[in-house]
Design a protein around this ligand. Structure first.
Ligand SMILES: [Mg+2]
Length: 196
C-alpha cells in the first residue's frame, strides 16, 4: 500500500521560532508546547512517514555556520527519537529568500522524489507548518496543509497563490493559538478522525 507522509516544518512548529534570526545558540531552543506527547501519539498510532522539511536562511554562511546549527539540530532529532518519534528523512534548505532556490519552501525541489511516485499517497498526506507558505508548499506538492497559525503575515511574498485561494484549495486544518487550545492536540485529533 502506498505510504502516507507528514511533511513537518521545524521552526515555529516543532520548536518555538525566535522573534528574529536563526536558532544558532542553545538559549534560543525551546520545544513547541505538548509536541512530544501528541507527536508520539501520531507516530505510534497512525501510519505516516515523518519527514522534516525546513528552510534555514543562510545556513552555511559565516553568519550561520553549520557548527552553530548542527549540534542543536542533532539534539532536537535525538530528543524526538527518545520519545519514539522517528523522522524518516530531513531536508534542510540553507538558501536566502532572494536567491529563489528551487529547494526553498514553498518550492518543492527537495521533495520531488515523493511526487508522482506510486510508493506514496500524497492525496492522504499533509504538510504541518506555521506559515502560509507551508500551505502553499502543500499545494505545490499535491497534498493539504495543517496550519499552526501562530504568527500572521509571514512569508506572504513567497506565495504564488493568495492566502484566500490557499484556504479554499489546500488548507485541511487551521489551528490558532487560542486560550485553552493545545495546538498539537488539535492536530492529533484531526488526524485521528482521518484515520478512523
Ligand atoms: Mg516554520
Amino acid at each position: 500500500m502506498a505510504k502516507k507522509i507528514l511533511f513537518i516544518d521545524r521552526d515555529g512548529t516543532l520548536i518555538i521560532e525566535p522573534s528574529s534570526g536563526n536558532i544558532d545558540t542553545w538559549d534560543k531552543l525551546q520545544f513547541y508546547p505538548h509536541v512530544f506527547k501528541y507527536l508520539n501519539l501520531i507516530a505510534t498510532e497512525f501510519d505516516y512517514e515523518l519527514i522534516l522539511v525546513s528552510n534555514q536562511d543562510g545556513l552555511g554562511t559565516h553568519l550561520f555556520p553549520y557548527s552553530d546549527f548542527q549540534p542543536i539540530q542533532d539534539f532536537i532529532m535525538k530528543s524526538f527519537e527518545n520519545e519514539d518519534i522517528i523522522f524518516d528523512a530531513s531536508y534542510i534548505d540553507g538558501s536566502l529568500k532572494e536567491e529563489k532556490s528551487p529547494n526553498r519552501k514553498p518550492r518543492i525541489g527537495m521533495v520531488k522524489q515523493y511526487m508522482n511516485n506510486p510508493d506514496y499517497d500524497l492525496d492522504k498526506s499533509f504538510v504541518i507548518g506555521d506559515r502560509i507558505t507551508d500551505v502553499q508548499f502543500a499545494k505545490n506538492l499535491g497534498c493539504k496543509g495543517i496550519w499552526i497559525h501562530n504568527r500572521s503575515g509571514l512569508g506572504l511574498k513567497e506565495l504564488t497563490d493568495t492566502e484566500e485561494v490557499l484556504r479554499e484549495t489546500s488548507l485541511a486544518l487551521e489551528v490558532k493559538p487560542l486560550p485553552g487550545v493545545i495546538q498539537w492536540q488539535e492536530i492529533y485529533e484531526f488526524l485521528k478522525q482521518k484515520n478512523s
